[in-house]
Design a protein around this ligand. Structure first.
Ligand code: C2E
Ligand code: CA
Ligand code: CA
Length: 546
């Protein structure tokens, strides 16, 4: 600024000197005209041009007196106008310079904004997110507080883009952002870090309950369909979570771990996952396991475990839940959470479900021989559940083993219906019409509306074990359990509580009117041999454990 002022002052000086030069020429011309006029006057008066004659002419001719003033007038006028013009010009230049400077600052801001923000949504991009994350880490470590990083990804976005076009895809992204923006606080950062991937940096401690609360709120915004060109589109999201300082001390590690958690979230039924160091170990293992799972069924490495469901009305075991396991030659005994998501992604879930169904029906012959009329409940993944062939497959199996349809219960989660509620309702109705029992699993964790729930031909509602496990300590969980029991009964369904680990919980559930209990307190899932032995000892007396 000083530089500009200095050069302006120099320019003003230059302009003034230019104008003064022209004023000087004017003064010289005026002097020359004066001398010429005086000489001419002297000649006319005395017939010659002498100094004496010129002085005489000056004394006597009044017109020459006016001419005498001319050089002074020129000099003064020159000085005056030069000053005025120079200052006018300088203020004009000053004004233009200020405009130019404002525009430069504006352009600089625009360039910085474009380099750090996403053009479509206007959200911070990955670069700015890293910058903010680094800054937040510094502050949090100084204050000894925490940070939470959530990476959110839309399920099936590519499909929407491919079928409806990129313009609709963009519209969807903008609508998602509008909903997310309403939810987050001013102090949090929402960024777009990929096509359909968003990051949310939360300035908060990593208290599990608080994190879960936010996850619930985030999942809630996807409950309502998005309206794109008059079409209602259901979109689900997956969320991976990591935190500072628990999962990393620098931005790279925190981001990488949130992304790894996201990969796991995509495969989980809950659709979110908090980073765990086991994920580091299992990610390369998973890739090779995908191929191995194909052979596992034929190689006889899969097994069905059974967990009894205790019917409180009839004081006996009413049903057994079939839970699959994998005895892996290298990795040992694997729980379903480690390979069901793989099966879902590779299309192996249908043969796997059919195998579980078939094995459970076949092994069931042994307890049926003992006169135990217990049915079997099989879990259905979203993919196999939306398989229109499923009713036919089940009918075939029932006739093979000569069993009534009511022998089979299919456990489906609320989440599996959200993807295509109409198709879900259609298939469930077909199954129910055959006489197969439908049970809604993990109830309370999804978002099925009451109107939809009422339409479902389900006979059973299973309260998710997360509520049951904590119902003695947490009043809110106890209230949820009680409400679900009442809700199920009002919809003429039997209510099952799973995750019953101790007597107190079992007694409490009984007083709340729950119909069926399942959990480690009665029996852990067992292989077929252990089950037969357990049934011999407990089949009619299990509820006496209460
Ligand atoms: P789920 O359907 O909710 O099954 C209940 C899970 O809770 C089982 O875990 C069971 O072992 C566990 N559990 C039972 N009682 C208690 C208890 O008192 N306390 C606690 N903490 N847990 C209890 P598991 O066997 O590891 O199965 C996990 C999930 O894997 C199942 O959740 C189900 O969603 C899925 N799954 C299992 N078998 C199959 C299958 O054949 N097909 C499909 N699609 N999914 C399956
Ligand atoms: Ca289940
Ligand atoms: Ca369950």
């Amino acid at each position: 600024m000083d530089k500009i002022r200095h050069s302006l002052r120099a320019n003003v000086k230059l302009m003034k000197s230019e104008i003064t030069r022209y004023a000087l020429f004017g003064t010289i011309i005026a002097f020359a005209a004066l001398i010429l006029a005086t000489a001419l006057n002297a000649y006319l008066q005395s017939g010659g041009i002498t100094i004496q004659a010129m002085i005489e002419a000056q004394k006597t001719n009044v017109t020459l007196w006016f001419m005498d003033a001319m050089p002074f007038i020129f000099a003064f006028w020159g000085q005056y106008t030069s000053t005025i013009m120079a200052y006018e010009a300088s203020s004009m230049v000053m004004e233009q310079t200020a405009n130019l400077r404002d525009r430069t600052v504006e352009l600089e801001h625009k360039a910085v904004h474009e380099a750090t923000h996403d053009a479509l949504t206007g959200l911070p991009n990955r670069a700015l997110l890293y910058d903010r994350l680094n800054h937040a880490i510094q502050i949090a470590s100084r204050r000894k507080t925490g940070l939470v990083m959530m990476v959110l990804n839309l399920d099936g976005f590519k499909q929407i883009n491919d079928t409806l076009g990129h313009y609709s895809g963009d519209q969807l992204l903008c609508q998602v952002v509008s909903r997310l923006e309403i939810m987050i606080r001013k102090s949090d950062t929402l960024a777009r870090i990929g096509g359909d991937e968003f990051a949310i940096l939360l300035d908060m401690s990593t208290h599990r309950e608080m994190v879960l609360n936010i996850v619930k709120k985030l999942q809630k915004i996807f409950m309502e369909p998005f309206s794109i060109d008059g079409l209602d589109i259901e979109v689900m999201s997956s969320i991976g979570i990591s935190s500072f300082p628990d999962h990393g001390m620098d931005a790279d590690t925190i981001m990488q771990r949130a992304s790894l958690a996201l990969v796991n979230a995509k495969q989980s039924t809950q659709k979110f996952a908090l980073y765990d160091k086991e994920m580091d170990k299992s990610s390369p293992k998973r890739i090779t396991m995908m191929g191995e799972l194909r052979n596992a069924i034929d190689a006889g490495e899969l097994m069905v475990y059974y967990q009894p469901k205790i019917n409180l009305d009839q004081t006996r075991v009413s049903n057994l839940e079939a839970l699959v396991r994998w005895q892996h030659p290298q990795h040992g005994f694997l729980p379903p959470d480690e390979f069901i998501p793989l099966a879902e992604r590779t299309g192996l879930i249908r043969p796997l479900t059919n195998w579980v169904l078939n094995t459970a029906l076949k092994q069931g012959e042994q307890w049926r021989k003992k006169g135990l009329k217990m049915g079997v409940a099989v879990n259905l993944s979203p993919a196999s559940f939306l398989d229109t062939e499923l009713p036919n497959v089940i009918v075939g199996m029932l006739s093979l083993y000569d069993l009534p349809a009511k022998y089979i219960t299919l456990e489906v989660t609320e989440g599996s219906m959200i993807k295509d509620p109409d198709l879900a309702l259609n298939i469930l109705s077909k199954l129910a019409a055959l006489g197969i029992k439908v049970s809604i699993d993990d109830f309370g964790t999804g978002y099925s509306s009451l109107a939809y729930l009422k339409k479902l031909p389900a006979k059973e509602l299973k309260i998710d074990k997360s509520f049951v496990l904590d119902m003695l300590e947490s009043d809110s969980d106890a209230v949820i359990v009680k409400s679900i029991i009442d809700l199920g009964h009002n919809l003429s369904m039997k209510v099952v509580a799973e995750g019953v680990e101790n007597k107190e919980t079992a007694v409490k559930l009984k007083t709340l009117g729950c119909d069926i209990l399942q959990g480690f307190y009665f029996a852990k899932p067992m292989n077929h041999d252990d089950l037969i032995q357990w049934l011999d000892e407990n089949s009619s007396s299990a509820s006496q454990l209460l």
